[in-house]
Design a protein around this ligand. Structure first.
Ligand code: CP
Ligand code: NVA
Length: 301
């Protein structure tokens, strides 16, 4: 069995992503703990260099529910916070653990973590949040059926890690992504080019949600960008997902937000808590899909 990582969505082919999503459907339908034998005897490290609630808890519990042992490591309290190189940490963790789930900054840091020679899962980086978007595709399909051919809008900071992973997902899963927001916040040109005709751009708020099936947004200031908070509040002030914006979306359209949400900024309270919102299902599905991804990556030959 060859070593596989999940650093970006396209680390899986479409058939492989479909295997993971279909295993997630099975796991979600089963009683808790029904698969304790799947990863029994294994250990998984969860290394977090940024804050986390959902990712940390869903991975930690998911790992335990598969019968493996989770070890959660933060910057504070580990030698990473005192400057131990990632490649040294990686090689040591690789001697103890069977996989590493890693939340960090640049993609280079994820690549360095692969020196542990065990599967590494990107649990959010500056360049993407692929595990979240894989889970979100599961949520879309649960509520609306196959994502193929659908129209998904991402509203607000279209240069964010979330928008970039949605952009990567569009050609892989064959849906259309509308990036709606200020033109000065877009993904890098090579990523736009890779999406080809699967992406289009909208800079006018009234047109943003015409014909879309899914409305997705995320914070205007991502972790690590706190120094830009004020200028970002100003840049995105027209782009709150609210009832006025949603009025132009078809009545079946659902609203997603990976959370945490800043009510009154990227989304208003009424929309987040309203009838189109699927954010709590979305958060729950982190558990089921990540369990499937781990089981798939660690499948025993
Ligand atoms: N959506 C998400 O990744 O949430 P956390 O930052 O709480 O892990
Ligand atoms: N774009 C956000 C996602 C949080 C889950 C961030 O990186 O902070």
């Amino acid at each position: 069995m060859s070593l596989r990582h999940f650093l970006r969505l396209t680390d899986l082919s479409l058939p492989e992503a479909r295997e993971v999503l279909s295993l997630a459907t099975q796991l979600k339908a089963e009683p808790k703990g029904a698969r304790r034998l799947l990863l029994q005897g294994l250990s998984v490290a969860v290394v977090l260099e940024k804050a986390s609630t959902r990712t940390r808890v869903s991975f930690e519990i998911g790992i335990a529910e598969l019968g493996a042992y989770p070890v959660v490591l933060g910057v504070q309290g580990s030698q990473l916070g005192r400057g131990e190189p990632i490649r040294d940490t990686a090689r040591v963790l690789g001697r103890y653990c069977d996989a590493i789930v890693y939340r960090t900054y640049g993609h280079d840091r994820l690549l360095e973590m692969t020196q542990g020679k065990v599967p590494v899962i990107n649990a959010l980086s500056d360049d993407g949040h692929p595990v979240q978007v894989l889970c979100d595709i599961f949520t879309v399909e649960e509520h609306l059926g196959p994502i193929r051919g659908k129209r998904v809008a991402f509203v607000g900071d279209c240069s964010s890690n979330m928008a970039r992973s949605w952009l990567e997902a569009a050609p892989l899963f064959d849906f259309h992504l509308v990036l709606a927001g200020p033109a000065s916040f877009r993904p890098p040109p090579q990523e736009i080019q890779a999406a080809g005709s699967h992406v289009s751009f909208v800079e006018s708020r009234p047109l943003a949600l015409a014909g879309v099936d899914v409305v997705n947004t995320d914070v205007w200031t991502s972790m690590g960008q706190e120094a830009e908070t004020r200028s970002r509040l100003d840049a995105f002030k027209e782009w709150t997902v609210d009832a006025t914006m949603l009025a132009s979306a078809p009545s079946h359209a659902i609203v997603l937000h990976c959370l945490p949400a800043h009510r009154g900024e990227e989304i208003d309270e009424a929309t987040l808590e309203g009838p189109r919102s699927r954010v709590w299902d979305q958060a729950e599905n982190r558990l089921h899909v990540q369990k499937a991804l781990l089981a798939w990556l660690l499948r025993r030959s």
